[in-house]
Design a binder for this molecule. Structure first.
Ligand SMILES: [Zn+2]
Length: 187
């Protein structure tokens, strides 16, 4: 039971990935306003005095009441999300690598004033990272295979869960940016 349930706010904005226990609590407390997607878990509870057995169906997407955040969403930059954004491909040589062989390259090196932000960071294999070193793209005579971008909220939720269900993917991808639509190989 390791599939996650996508929690939305009442405006339909993704808020969190929940495990089945957290989802069951929301459903049992009647805090789910509406839901989408297929039932991923059915939880059976105890038998009541009347002999009826309680049963909770947990859908793959639930929307709950709560405060709506209006501010722009920028996910924190971690290697794991960065490598997922770039699909574990080195953006210099274009080859696939396991995470253990990848690194975070700063397109404009930090020693040259480059920032540690999404739009200045790309996934690079060790070899390409070493080759580029402290140089700019021009100085190193290297090119990027894709433009580094900040994942939006929908892309972040997709990238931060390795086991996104088909109906969750359908929901999330309607709001993907064209960067991701161009880059991702949808299953
Ligand atoms: Zn490389």
């Amino acid at each position: 039971m390791n599939a996650k349930v996508l929690r939305l706010n009442k405006a339909g904005t993704p808020i969190a990935w929940l495990n089945w226990q957290e989802t069951a609590t929301l459903v049992a407390k009647d805090q789910v306003i509406w839901s989408l997607g297929e039932v991923v878990y059915t939880i059976y509870g105890g038998t009541s005095n009347s002999g009826a057995r309680s049963r909770l169906d947990l859908p793959s997407i639930v929307a709950c009441d709560g405060k709506i955040e209006e501010k722009t969403f920028v996910p924190s930059l971690t290697n794991s999300l960065l490598f997922s954004r770039d699909q574990h491909v080195c953006l210099y040589c274009g080859q696939d690598f396991p995470s253990s062989e990848l690194s975070r390259d700063h397109v404009t090196p930090t020693s040259r004033g480059g920032k540690d932000i999404w739009t200045n960071c790309v996934t690079a294999c060790r070899r390409c990272n070493n080759r580029k070193g402290n140089k700019t793209l021009d100085e190193a005579n290297m090119e990027l295979l894709a433009v580094p971008f900040v994942p939006n909220r929908y892309e972040f939720f997709y990238l931060s869960n390795h086991n996104v269900l088909a109906d969750q993917m359908e929901f999330l991808k309607t709001r993907f940016s064209k960067n991701t639509k161009n880059n991702l190989h949808f299953q």
